[in-house]
Design a binder for this molecule. Structure first.
Ligand code: NAD
Length: 500
């Protein structure tokens, strides 16, 4: 076995091992072999990291740094990420097995978060209130909420950190980040860039480890003011419950079962590509996967023929090669889960028209590969239509008309995203209005932008990331009232408008 690369975590501006000295291995999902050794942090490390973040926010250099200087530092970090994007992408591929083409595109786009929110940092302003009290000067201050806990999953590690970290830094918060135990390495490499950009010690801290041992003490720590979480629904609920005990501010980005809806007036080739990109890109391991494909019955047979033709040619293989189109599933439990759902769909009576099981080395696959899988004749009450699989498994459901498409599209507990394929502008506008999802794509799919708010309706989450709105999650408003009158008035009466 190759020698493991040993990483340290980064707390209070210093590289360190876990206080316990414990470590865990990170596996390369393509080879199935461990490649990195990561500190196994627990409550002791969390306490150290939160104290460092609290000191930096409360009294340290960060508290005294102007918003303009914060923005400048963030833009420098953006430049450093841009210079190192390929290196960061290669590490992410090593850890999560997603395609180099996908991770490289993500890492090259990542600097935009630090540029965009770096630019916003010194545009956060309070207001002067037109007070109803003649002798009062009233203004508001927009202040950082304090120490933020950020917990992210394995599928897009640095991108999902950026969605939280960039607005939080712009707002003046400090943070402790817990990456997924499956993909810690890229964030630890990223911390070298944080140091180089000149961020003061304690502003950004990392605790690596499991959800139970490192995540829970972080969420419950009394000095943590806000929790920003991306992950699955079960963990999200647990995090929400724990955070509620401390009345913390919470934002949650959770799972989805997004409808990708194809009307008979679509451009067929575009819609086929849209269906493929909705489910087989990233091997379906994306929260916005268009895992329910709703096809108008009048074009069902023609559409399915083309879809199967294209999907069956998807090249499986080494995710480090740019020509690969479908890589492995990232984690062993996820691999088992995907295969279980394929079994469930077959038992439920869905018709498997492509794939339907593991992909061996002879097909370009390997240890954790699942063949691109399509189930036809799915009905929306089946588990395969209702539950998030997070793998390359597509459920195809027929519909008659707009009303039925909307009813089926919305009949699910999730509401993260939806796609609509049509050339009819009126129909597109009606669908966009009536689909209950945080993002609706018309004639495109999986388009994400730093400038555009992203988040879930229903059980897909709470709060929005990206765009100007996201910064609100990290700010709180203080109202300052200055009495400009002589005297202090009657001390036994509340100073409401008109009194005194
Ligand atoms: P997960 O919920 O298992 O883990 C996510 C993170 O939460 C990890 O860092 C994990 O260690 C931590 N965690 C788990 N239990 C915890 C607990 N009790 N307390 C504190 N932290 C805890 O999710 P995953 O398997 O890593 O990622 C896949 C899930 O993430 C999918 O459901 C997917 O839809 C979702 N996701 C959502 C978005 C979005 O923006 N909506 C984006 C990507 C992924």
């Amino acid at each position: 076995m190759a020698k493991l690369k040993k990483f340290q975590t980064h707390i209070g501006g210093k590289w360190c091992d876990a206080e316990s000295g414990n470590t865990f291995e990170s596996e390369d999902p393509y080879t199935g072999e461990p490649w990195a050794l990561i500190p196994k942090c627990d409550e002791a490390d969390v306490n150290k990291a939160v104290d460092a973040a609290y000191d930096a926010w409360d009294s340290g250099t960060w508290a005294e740094t102007t918003a303009t200087a914060r923005g400048r530092m963030m833009r420098k970090l953006g430049d450093l990420i841009a210079e190192n994007a390929e290196m960061l992408a290669e590490i992410e591929v090593r850890d999560n097995g997603k395609l180099i083409s996908e991770m490289s595109a993500q890492c090259k786009y990542l600097p935009e978060w630090y540029y965009y929110y770096g630019g916003l940092a010194d545009k956060i302003t309070g207001t002067v209130i037109a007070s109803d009290k003649p002798d009062t000067f009233n203004y508001t201050l927009r202040e950082p909420v304090g120490v933020c806990a950020m917990i992210v999953p394995w599928n897009s590690p640095l991108l999902l950190v950026g969605w939280k970290l960039a607005p939080a830094l712009a707002a003046g918060c400090t943070c402790v980040i817990k990456p997924s135990e499956f993909t810690s390495a890229s964030l630890l490499e990223f911390m070298k860039l944080v140091d180089e950009a000149g961020f003061p010690p304690g502003v950004i801290n990392v605790v690596t480890g499991t959800g139970k041992e490192a995540g829970e003490p972080l969420v419950t720590h009394p000095k943590v003011a806000k929790v920003a979480f991306t992950g699955g629904g079960l963990s999200g609920r647990r995090v929400y419950e724990l955070a509620a005990k401390g009345l913390k501010k919470v934002s949650l980005e959770l799972g989805g079962k997004s409808p990708n809806i194809v009307f008979d007036d679509c451009i067929l080739e575009d819609a086929v590509n849209g269906a493929i990109s909705g489910i087989f890109a990233a091997s379906g391991q994306t929260c916005i996967a268009g895992s329910r494909l709703l096809v108008q019955e009048s074009i069902h047979d023609e559409f399915m023929e083309k879809l199967i033709e294209v999907a069956s040619q998807a090249r499986m293989g080494d995710p480090k090669l740019t020509e690969t189109q479908v890589g492995p599933v990232t984690t062993p439990p996820q691999y088992e889960k995907v295969l279980d759902y394929i079994g469930i769909a077959k038992d439920e009576g869905a018709t498997c028209v492509l794939g339907g099981g593991p992909a061996g080395a002879d097909e370009g696959g390997g240890k954790y590969f699942v063949k691109p899988t399509i189930f036809d004749n799915v009905t929306n009450d089946m588990r395969i239509a209702q539950e998030e699989v997070f793998g390359p498994v597509l459920s195809v459901i027929k519909f008659k008309d707009e009303e039925e498409a909307i009813a089926i599209g919305n009949d699910v507990v999730y509401g993260l995203a939806a796609g609509v394929w049509t050339q009819n502008l009126k129909r597109a506008t009606i669908m966009a209005k009536r689909l209950r999802a945080g993002t609706v794509w018309i004639n495109t799919y999986r388009a994400v932008s730093v400038t555009s708010p992203f988040g879930g309706y229903k059980q897909s989450g709470i709060g929005r990331e990206n765009g100007q709105e996201a910064i609100e999650q990290y700010l709180q408003t203080k109202s300052v009232m200055i009495n400009t009158a002589e005297g202090s008035g009657n001390p036994f009466v509340m100073k409401v408008a008109g009194s005194d």
